[in-house]
Design a protein around this ligand. Structure first.
Ligand code: ATP
Ligand code: MG
Length: 690
């Protein structure tokens, strides 16, 4: 078990009797410590289900479970490996009744939340303002504030009016038996704080808690963790202050500073060897992060050799940059032996919209790719439509789901009817679904409208009943197909899309989703967020419940041989042999900072802090690369309708490369491409021989 760990890593793995913090730079094997420590704890006799390992994304959780399985086999499946949010779902589902929540509560996604906020303000607000409120409220919640506290802390009228909206918002959510994302951390935290019996239950259950990417936890998560581990404080946190890139979402480095104070017995372990990148790449990374103030001094070295120099690629426009990126990928495929797979390449950028030109160039070159951290499978409209129906089966009081289901596909129930139903339900303090069956509704709606809404309500009840009786894979498949036919979903897709091929692609997604549900009903696959592993067959209603609860917070991941396009934020913790950082242009990375002229003087404190976070983002990007790294920038950039002249990011100079060797030579590209062409021609002619 101790194979493949250095001395410091072994120390971290073997120390299991108290709080432990592993603080170390990128690629030094922090995540590896967590996986090995899970194995060690089990070896020491701790039951797998008493171990919780908290990761930053579902993808990271899946990967960790897989690696742990590699070390200890099937037992790893029982370990609770999940994100903070998935852990929150489980806690609220088991114990939310203490806070007045039914186990069938719903989780609202961003769109639901903005909709409700608009509603709370009387419906006249535009989406941008509602999103702004959502942002503010989310920030308060991440600080552990409720509306009452926010009102008390309000600095001005604007704060006060948002706090009042938040109050109404909280009431709505309680009435809908719904929670938002932030509640998935805040509620468990309050549960543990206010209910000693719940706290004791969880503290007894969890023998050890491990947290990856600890630098990106927020204040509420800190509190939650603190209460989960209790006085015994059997936990392991691993992180890197230089990779803290979620400050804008409330993550705080205070959580690192507080640990040694709150836990004087804390064992601090530092790792210094980087096992990921070549020395050339690591040097560029160390140089970039160097100007930032040091929270904890760290050194990092690599024994993987100097490697190829880091390349700077000067481009004219984003299109040009995309072409050169593709050319680079092709030439690396041609020149490296053994030939790298497509999935060995990643193109990373600051903002989602930067993917577009790169996607176009990749398509043109017939290179398979996937955009990660972008629209996930579950964010697609068609999947959300179906999930809205499930949410409604599970929790009849989920009004946002009710509205989506009753209007998708359209069933001739108009806005006026729904408006009246909404008013009626608000007057009588009922959910819209419950209002359907109230005898007084008849007086409010025209006869025909009343009949059709009531019919919808009965249909939902009927579906719910049927789904409960539907057991196992085959029955579930039959049910799903029948249901989709009854509501005319395929036709709906063709009616609502101009292009047939788009409609067909969306329908394929639906079928794929059904397959995925059917497999779950058959009991062959583990839970989407990976919290549990079921081996027995399940009723379709049970499957729908898991999906409705998890769909909003999980991504579906597949290991496919594709080039990865990702934002820098979403690339955290991952690694690829070949990386291109695209769009490393002043104004994009660092992102435009208000009072910063690039000469780094006269910065306000806030701007200086943001610049530091941008620098950490660059550091994260560089340190994803194992063997080669290219950093590209464009001389001109689209800004609205205009093209503006741009400068290379200051971070490029800060990497401290030798400019004579670092600039990429386009002629070498051409040679490599010619070679690949020749090689392909050769292999085709040899494979076509009889
Ligand atoms: P990040 O800060 O980016 O999250 P990390 O510190 O979590 O990085 P890991 O992802 O755990 O680093 O490890 C980086 C790479 O080095 C992985 O491929 C891992 O398998 C490898 N590695 C880690 N420790 C060792 C070791 N002792 N011997 C050999 N390889 C190692
Ligand atoms: Mg890691």
């Amino acid at each position: 078990m101790s194979a493949g760990l250095n001395l410091a890593q072994l120390q971290a793995v073997h120390y299991t009797e108290g709080p432990c913090l592993v603080l170390a730079g990128a690629g030094s094997g922090k995540t590896r410590v967590i996986t090995h420590k899970i194995a060690k704890l089990i070896e020491n006799g701790l039951a797998p289900k008493r171990i919780a390992a908290i990761t930053f994304t579902n993808k990271a959780a899946a990967e960790m479970r897989e690696r742990a399985s590699g070390l200890i086999g099937r037992q790893a499946r029982e370990v609770l490996v999940c994100t903070f949010h998935a852990l929150g779902v489980r806690m609220v589902r088991e114990d939310g009744h203490a806070l007045g929540l039914k186990p069938q509560f719903s989780i609202l996604d961003q769109d639901d939340v903005t909709g409700i906020l608009k509603d709370c303000a009387g419906g006249t607000t535009d989406a941008a303002t509602a999103r702004q409120w959502q942002w503010t409220i989310s920030g308060w919640k991440n600080n552990g504030w409720d509306a009452r506290k926010a009102l008390a802390m309000a600095k001005d009228d604007n704060d006060r009016s948002i706090a009042l909206i938040m109050q109404r918002y909280e009431e709505r959510l309680a009435a809908y038996q719904s929670v938002d994302f932030d509640d998935l951390i805040g509620m468990p935290m309050r549960l543990l704080k206010q209910h000693p019996e719940v706290r004791e239950k969880w503290q007894r259950l969890l023998g050890h808690v491990l947290v990856d990417e600890y630098q990106d936890t927020n204040a509420t998560q800190y509190e939650l963790l603190k209460m989960l581990v209790g006085e015994r404080a059997h936990f392991t946190a691993v992180g890197d202050d230089d990779q803290s890139i979620y400050g804008w979402r409330g993550a705080t480095l205070d959580n690192l500073k507080k640990l040694p104070i709150d836990y004087p017995q804390l064992r601090l372990i530092k790792l210094e060897q980087n096992y990921r990148s070549t020395s050339a790449i690591l040097r560029a990374a160390n140089n970039v992060i160097q100007p930032n103030p040091k929270l904890f001094p760290k050194t990092l070295f690599s024994e993987l050799g100097e490697g190829e120099p880091v390349r700077i690629v000067d481009c004219d426009t984003e299109e040009h940059e995309a072409e050169r990126t593709v050319a680079r990928i092709q030439s690396l495929r041609a020149s490296h032996n053994p030939q790298p797979a497509w999935k060995d390449f990643a193109v990373l950028y600051r903002a989602n919209h930067q993917a577009k030109p790169i996607e176009k160039a990749l398509r043109k070159a017939n290179i398979p790719y996937k955009v990660s951290g972008g629209t996930s499978f579950f964010d697609r409209a068609e999947i959300k439509d179906l999930c809205a129906w499930f949410r409604l089966w599970i929790n009849n009081d989920d009004d946002p789901a009710f509205l989506r289901a009753i209007t998708t596909p359209k069933r001739g129930i108009g806005h006026t009817t729904l408006g009246r139903l909404g008013e009626f339900s608000a007057q009588h303090k009922l959910s819209m679904f419950a209002a359907l069956f109230n005898h007084m509704l008849e007086a409010v709606l025209p006869r025909k409208a009343h009949e059709s809404v009531l019919e919808f309500g009965r249909y939902i009840n009927d579906l719910e009943y049927r789904a409960r009786q539907t057991l196992g894979a085959e029955a579930s498949r039959a049910f799903m197909m029948e249901w989709l036919k009854e509501i005319g979903y395929e036709q709906h897709l063709y009616d609502s899309e101009d292009s047939e091929s788009v409609a067909a692609a969306r329908w394929t997604n639906v079928l794929e989703f059904c397959d995925w549900m059917v497999q779950r009903a058959g009991g062959t696959i583990d839970d989407a967020a990976g919290t549990t592993m079921q081996t027995e067959t399940k009723s379709l209603l049970e499957v729908a419940r898991n999906i409705a609860l998890l769909s909003t917070i999980s991504e579906r991941e597949q290991e496919q041989d594709m080039v990865v396009l990702s934002t820098l934020h979403a690339s955290k913790g991952l690694e690829w042999p070949h990386v291109v950082l695209a769009g490393v242009t002043e104004g994009m990375l660092p992102f435009k900072l208000d009072d910063d002229d690039g000469k780094q003087h006269k910065l306000s404190e806030a701007t200086a802090e943001r610049l530091q976070e941008e620098r950490r983002l660059m550091y994260v990007g560089i340190t994803r690369a194992q063997r080669t790294l290219a950093v590209s920038w464009t001389k001109r950039r689209k800004k609205g309708r205009d093209m503006v002249v741009t400068q290379p990011s200051r971070f490029i100079a800060e990497m401290g490369l030798d400019s004579a060797t670092a600039r990429e030579d386009p002629r070498a590209k051409l040679r490599a491409l010619r070679d690949e062409f020749a090689r392909k021609a050769l292999s085709e002619s040899s494979s076509s021989k009889p």
